[in-house]
Ligand binder design. Structure first.
Ligand code: AMP
Ligand code: MG
Length: 334
């Protein structure tokens, strides 16, 4: 009997388990049996379920409170198995897969019918495919040998998890989490689709237009906002997403002293001078370098969210393009 179906385990069993041989084995058994398993990727923690079974994928949507209209990204161990779920792979899509996989790029491609549960792709005719490069995600996918649907392991619209503890904080202690420590990039994958000779960015992420431009003209649709009730091109584009549970506001450095009140939590740059904060106020600081900022962003917001602050004031970030994906997440969080 799969371990996930055992009833002899203690009520208080620890659901955050270290990523060792035993943890990996248990995770595979759970996934094979159609249960959920959260695991680290290089972007954020994913909430995985086998993508070929409707009941399994349904558990993701129930746990997250995710609308059934929002498709999930399918994770595979390598490009061949990922692309086997696409009906057609254009030469440009193939070049992108070769260049960026394994890595934080999701390719939206025409779906090959019948292999995946319709729920995985929200009934649509395309599929979002990704090959993560995180060593633990890789090990898990190689071992389980199944396509794994895995949106971020948090309640829908909330902050994404970059630590195993964040998964528990958002989804409760009933979800099995493989603990791989802090994720690398800290924000979600870049989602693209190929249209003719162009690459359309549907969601901004750590792979930016500059890297993609080498392969063809890039159209950045990632700054847009879609209506949450309409069928979505890329549902990460709804206005409110990736959001803390308390109201958050983006504030220019110059406005911070006027806007700041004792009940606010602050997210500042490491080098912003200390006089901005009031004594006893929860303050998080992040480096003024886009990659390092992205890595620490969600964890800082998670801490501010639980600090008791009534609102979060976030120091506005630079307008340089390297900050685009971060600006996108902050825009949707505020
Ligand atoms: P997340 O919930 O952040 O883990 O990532 C899931 C996101 O991937 C969705 O919100 C969509 O934006 C995107 N996505 C997944 N599959 C597709 C698809 N077939 N077409 C367009 N976007 C997709
Ligand atoms: Mg998400």
């Amino acid at each position: 009997m799969p371990l996930g179906c055992r009833s002899d385990t203690l009520e208080t069993r620890v659901m955050i388990v270290p990523f060792d041989e035993q943890g990996l084995e248990r995770a595979c058994e759970l996934l094979c049996a159609g249960e959920l398993c959260a695991f680290p990727t290089e972007t954020v923690y994913g909430l995985g379920a086998r993508a070929d079974r409707a009941e399994a994928v349904g558990k993701i949507y129930a746990a997250k409170g995710r609308p059934a209209t929002n498709p999930s990204i399918v994770h595979c161990a390598d490009a061949d198995s990922a692309l086997s779920h696409a009906q057609e792979v254009s030469p440009l899509a193939l070049r992108l897969a070769r260049a960026f996989w394994p890595g934080p790029l999701t390719l939206v491609l025409p779906l090959r019918p019948k292999l995946l549960a319709a729920e995985t792709t929200a009934g649509g005719s395309t599929v979002g495919l990704r090959v993560p490069n995180h060593p633990m995600a890789q090990a898990l996918l190689r071992e389980v040998r199944l396509p794994i649907a895995a949106p971020s392991a948090n309640r829908s619209t909330q902050l994404s998890p970059t630590l195993a503890e964040h998964v528990e904080k958002s989804l409760g202690s009933s979800v099995f989490v493989l603990d791989g420590g802090a994720t690398g990039f800290g924000i979600e994958s870049t989602i693209v689709r190929v249209v003719g000779s162009a690459i359309e960015i549907l969601r901004r992420g750590s792979i930016g237009p500059v890297e993609l431009q080498e392969f063809g003209p890039v159209v950045d649709l990632g700054a847009g906002v879609t209506d949450a009730t309409a069928p979505m091109v890329a549902p990460g584009l709804t206005r409110r997403h990736y959001a803390p549970a308390v109201p958050a506001f983006l504030v220019d450095r110059a406005q911070l002293p006027q806007r700041n009140e004792g009940s606010s939590g602050l997210l500042l740059f490491a080098d912003t001078d200390a006089s901005v904060g009031l004594s006893g106020q929860p303050i998080e600081r992040l480096p003024r370098e886009a990659r390092a900022y992205a890595r620490g962003l969600y964890a800082a917001l998670h801490r501010l969210e639980t600090s008791g602050a009534a609102r979060i004031l976030i120091e506005a970030v630079p307008s340089d393009p390297s900050w685009n994906a971060i600006k996108d997440r902050l825009f949707r969080a505020t």
